[in-house]
Design a protein around this ligand. Structure first.
Ligand code: KG4
Ligand code: ZN
Length: 335
């Protein structure tokens, strides 16, 4: 079964063709980072306008790269939430129009489920159940994946998402947008022990996260140092902040994996591109006897291949009244 996937939930316009959920025939991604950089973050209206302009060409390119025509496609899958509503609507409208015109099934896919499915592409033998740590710009979740389309949320952030914290701190220390990759790079030149930032919630039994306290701690510390005319080394702040986030994420994921007894941790979402997180999770997993699954960089950040993959496994079909749902929950059943 060959599924055409479409992804426009934020600032990447992407189309892909995936066969039987695991075999990527093409995965074309047009990032809008260069466009939004001058505004210091994603401007929703500009994101939507660029999706409108680019999407048809990206789809053509995905088909061409796969060596297929529209007639060879068995279904059209599209991210219908969560994300920016205007951006989501571009993909959803395109997918509906194609499904209607071609008389092919339409499959709405939850973006977060898609991030998890990126691992089915990477690891052909990976099957549920497993524990997934999902870390993106909008989500920080520990989820027990009981089956391909059965999820139980064990813990989540009570305030900021991990990626959001990376983006905010990058702005505060003058690294700019996109924050995650810039902190990752700067941290390589810095000392992770230069500042002793709090490991919020690490000591609690709960599997929930909180990153706003860490964010305030970093900002307060910087203000104090500035008042005292102490020179701030952005690389040291980046490394110390990253160490605090990564330690909490990794240790909570390990705790959750042990509690759920699956023995496997699957990393997903944009922040899974973070080199320290990938390294540390693999290392701690080895120490604890847990199997660790980490997608390659191409499949960490937003892409349509993961959407086409999830569509195959959820075995659902939607009617043409499929809507964009900006706050779509991972526990919402695919129909
Ligand atoms: O999954 P994603 O591409 O979009 C959402 O679904 O939100 O995640 C984007 C987030 C941003 O906050 C970005 O700063 C973060 O992922 N990110 C990173 C890295 N690459 C992307 N965070 C830390 N280290 C990275 N290397
Ligand atoms: Zn994403």
């Amino acid at each position: 079964m060959k599924i055409l996937g479409i992804e426009t939930s934020c600032d990447e316009t992407s189309a892909a063709v995936v066969e039987n959920g695991r075999d990527v025939l093409s995965n074309i991604i047009r990032s809008q980072i260069d466009i939004h950089t001058r505004y210091g973050g994603v401007v929703p209206e500009i994101a939507s306008r660029n999706h409108v302009e680019d999407l048809p060409y990206i789809i053509d390119e995905a088909l061409e790269k796969a060596g297929l025509t529209l007639n060879d496609i068995d279904a059209i899958a599209v991210t219908n939430g969560p994300g920016l509503v205007g951006a989501l609507l571009i993909g959803v409208s395109q997918a509906k129009a194609m499904a209607l015109a071609l008389d092919k099934p339409l499959i709405g896919v939850n973006h977060i489920k898609g991030h998890i499915a990126a691992n089915y592409i990477e690891y052909p033998d990976l099957e549920p159940p497993f524990l997934s740590l999902i870390v993106s710009g909008g989500h920080t979740h520990l989820v027990l994946v009981k089956d391909y389309d059965e999820f139980e949320v064990l813990g989540k952030t009570l305030d900021d998402a991990a990626g959001e914290a990376f983006d905010k701190i990058a702005r505060v220390i003058g690294l700019g947008y996109p924050g995650g990759p810039k902190i990752d790079k700067a941290a390589k030149e810095g000392n992770p022990e230069a500042y002793d930032f709090p490991r919020v919630y690490l000591d609690k039994d709960s599997l929930d996260f909180s990153f706003s306290g860490l964010k305030s701690a970093v900002i307060n510390r910087l203000n104090t140092e500035r008042q005292k005319n102490i020179e701030i080394v952005p690389e040291d702040v980046a490394a110390s902040f990253q160490a605090a986030v990564v330690e909490v994420l990794v240790e909570k994921a390990i705790k959750a994996a042990k509690q759920s007894g699956t023995g496997k941790i699957v990393l997903a979402g944009g922040v899974s591109a973070n080199s320290e997180l990938r390294e540390r999770l693999k290392q701690r997993g080895e120490e604890e006897g847990l199997e660790i699954f980490v997608p390659s960089l191409e499949y960490c950040t937003d892409n349509a291949a993961m959407i086409a993959s999830m569509a195959y496994f959820q075995k659902s079909e939607d009617a043409l009244d499929l809507d964009a749902v900006p706050n779509l929950k991972i526990t919402a059943k695919s129909v």
